[in-house]
Design a protein around this ligand. Structure first.
Ligand code: UDP
Ligand code: MG
Length: 308
């Protein structure tokens, strides 16, 4: 069993693999630990897989898992966790935005008696305003509406011990939101701060669409606040409607002022219709995730691997 496993999801990172391998090897060897790298190729369309396999043929520390298609970052990390054997496990991006050198600090912090040490972003270089802004707002909103204490400005770059990985393997949900699941597990968790670097090369694999789905997974997995919002707005609208009805009856029978009320009817119908649609949509988000879990499909399909 190696002292440390490094789990590395890879999606179109051909320009980063060698550099990453070099910097990781450097730091881990300085730390004098036995180690393995678990590269998970998440359906890359470039040459990433061949580069990883090439490295694996010369470096016996390399394990790789090749997915049959793109299953998404969180699933790739999950597959890595399922197949790694180390006493400590690190999750790290392959684009060098997470500096490998920080692993030394995280490892020694863990040795002070923590099960998880996550890396908190003090700053983020090379990312546009919209990404930074939406991330900032999202992490704070999520922290407000969950009962689990999910740390803000924290990605998946972290180190954890085997105990945590074993619990994660027992969490069967299809929508993985590891940065929430890991705090949910508990034990002693702490963080170190770092400045997030720019991508070494290549482009982000997280489109806005993927980010939005990821955010919805995080919210629906850890909070029922949207459902409560649906209920509350239902009550609020019913209350307003009730007053409106009283007024309508009053106007019709007491003051006998019943000019054709087209405007008010339209407003009422549209308003209530809108609220209903929002509420049904919110419920739908939860139901779609429930049905994905009931189908209970395997989370990923492996084409090829050298993990025994
Ligand atoms: N990634 C992946 N599958 C995807 C998208 C991304 O495995 O569908 C990997 C990617 O190779 C990288 C990590 O997940 O190692 C983070 O992705 P990226 O750097 O594209 O996201 P960003 O840092 O821009 O949020
Ligand atoms: Mg990145």
């Amino acid at each position: 069993m190696p002292d440390i496993s490094i789990v590395i999801p890879v999606y179109n990172e051909e320009k980063n693999i060698y550099k990453l391998h070099e910097r990781l090897t450097d730091i881990i060897q300085k730390m004098q630990l036995s180690y393995e790298f678990v590269f998970v190729n998440d359906g890359s369309r470039d040459n990433s897989l061949n580069l990883v396999k090439g490295l694996a043929s010369t470096d016996p520390h390399i394990r790789f898992i090749d997915f049959s298609r793109n299953f998404g970052h969180q699933v790739a990390v999950t597959a890595g966790l399922d197949h790694c054997k180390g006493d400590a496990v690190v999750i790290i991006d392959s684009d060098l935005q997470d500096p490998p050198e920080l692993i030394a600090e995280m490892y020694s912090k863990m040795k002070e008696g923590y099960e998880v040490v996550y890396a908190k972003r003090k700053s983020r270089a090379g990312e546009n305003f919209l990404k930074k802004f939406t991330a900032k707002v999202f992490y704070r909103l999520l922290a407000k509406i969950t009962s689990v204490e999910i740390p803000v400005d924290t990605g998946d770059f972290r180190i954890m011990n085997k105990k945590i990985v074993e619990v994660l393997k027992q969490m069967p949900e299809q929508q993985k939101y590891l940065r929430g699941q890991i705090p949910w597990i508990g034990f002693r968790q702490t963080y170190v701060e770092y400045d997030r670097d720019e991508r070494h090369a290549g482009e982000t694999g997280y489109t806005y669409r993927k980010m939005l789905r990821f955010a919805m997974d995080g919210i629906t997995s850890f909070s029922t606040a949207p459902l409560k919002f649906a209920t509350a707005s239902g009550f609020a609208v019913s209350f307003i409607s009730f007053i409106w009805i009283i007024y309508a009856l009053f106007a019709r029978f007491i003051i006998r002022d019943y000019v054709p009320g087209w405007t008010s009817i339209m407003i009422a119908v549209l308003f209530i219709g809108g609220v209903q649609l929002i509420c049904i949509g919110i419920i739908g988000e939860y139901i779609s995730r429930m049905s994905a879990n009931i189908r209970n499909r395997p989370l990923y399909v492996i084409r090829e691997t050298n993990v025994e």
